[in-house]
Design a protein around this ligand. Structure first.
Ligand code: 5GP
Length: 347
């Protein structure tokens, strides 16, 4: 089934195979140490969310210069295309790596170069053909809430500057939700909106962020990452639920990430179903397909099996996700025609 992936962090999405390949290109004296890093959580294993954040730092030790950033981005795009993802919004936090001459700006330029080299043309998203795997890719500049407000402003300024490429479509807020008060980033996020960038914010991913979430919903963001603790059934409040519902803000849901990161006790207790029953827009996503050892097809299959959804319901979820991409109506129309072409072949 053709799918759109709207919540994927670049460095969390790198496969084990790619990391092994990147390690082999490092100086010999570093390889042994890098091979020992834990970068994946296999099935049946869990970590706390805090431990997951430590794992991203390990991946960062491997993806630490322009070459590895470029190669990792290309491989991640290929992986998603091979899984039937036809439209991908890839997010990543611009990182300075002074010892490798990487600046926030050159970090983003490298990703955009890989996107340009790998992305299909819009004309290739026309009629569905099972022999081809086209993919359109866009970039979302991520702000890590653990960094300073100045750092976040630099990220937004770079995103604004590079918006003219047509590849930069939005700004994300992510990083450890238990660190800092994201309300301090309100004006930075407001600036992104004022310059025509879309916002997707990790909101209430962890418990106890009601005031912060309520304030950031005032921006408002066009999408919410996780939103695990917004619904009153999951420790949220009626006010947060009403605000999210009134603005009809889609939620990007990443089941395996939430279960393996121990934010959600098990798949059947995932907040997906409470929102789905309300007919509130939800988009199934992977979050970090590398670290959490999954892919988008698997995430759909897990939700289908866990909540007894029919094929039609799953297909409808995937089709409706097109409504929430950070792209123009003409791109959405193209993706819908492509998806309908697949449906005709698979009736
Ligand atoms: P990168 O931005 O380096 O491409 O991808 C890794 C980064 O994405 C992590 O360091 C973290 O800031 C962010 N990230 C990845 N997965 C999650 C998640 O599940 N929750 C949050 N809040 N941030 C995440």
């Amino acid at each position: 089934m053709p799918k759109v992936e709207l919540h994927a962090h670049l460095n969390g999405s790198i496969s084990e195979e790619t990391l092994i390949k990147l390690i082999a290109k490092k100086p010999t004296d570093q390889q042994e140490m890098l091979q020992k890093l834990t970068t994946h959580i296999g099935d049946g294993h869990n970590r706390t969310l805090k431990e997951c954040f430590e794992m991203f730092k390990m991946v960062h030790q491997i993806v630490n210069d322009h070459e590895s950033i470029y190669e990792a981005t290309c491989d991640v795009i290929d992986d998603f295309a091979n899984d039937g993802v036809v439209y991908l919004e890839l997010r990543s936090t611009p990182r300075e790596i002074p010892e490798a001459g990487v600046t926030q700006a050159s970090y983003v330029e490298t990703i955009l170069q890989a996107i340009q080299d790998k992305s299909s043309t819009l004309q290739q998203i026309e009629t569905f053909d099972p022999k081809r795997k086209p993919i359109i890719v866009r970039y979302i500049a991520a702000i890590d809430r653990r960094n300073s407000v100045e750092h976040a402003m630099q990220t937004v300024d770079i995103a604004i500057r590079m918006k003219k490429t047509g590849l930069v479509v939005g700004v994300d807020l992510s990083g450890d939700g238990s660190v800092n008060d994201a309300r301090e980033l309100y004006t930075v996020l407001e600036k992104a909106l004022a310059h025509g960038l879309k916002l997707t914010l990790h909101l209430s991913e962890v418990d106890g962020l009601v005031a912060e979430t309520s304030r950031l919903l005032d921006l408002p963001p066009q999408r919410i990452g996780h939103g695990t603790f917004i619904h009153p059934n999951f420790g949220g409040t009626e006010e947060l639920l009403l605000k999210t519902r009134k603005l009809n803000i889609p939620l990007e849901l990443c089941p395996t990430s939430n279960v393996k990161g121990q934010v959600t006790p098990s798949y059947d207790k995932h907040h997906f179903y409470s929102w789905y029953q309300l007919e509130h827009p939800v988009v199934i996503c992977t979050d970090d397909k590398g670290v959490f050892a999954t892919d988008l097809s698997t995430e759909y299959q897990i939700m289908q099996k866990t909540f007894n959804l029919t094929d039609k319901m799953i297909q409808s979820l995937a089709y409706l996700s097109i409504d929430y991409i950070f792209e123009s109506d003409s791109v959405k129309d193209r993706l819908r025609r492509y998806f309908e072409g697949w449906q005709q072949l698979n009736q």
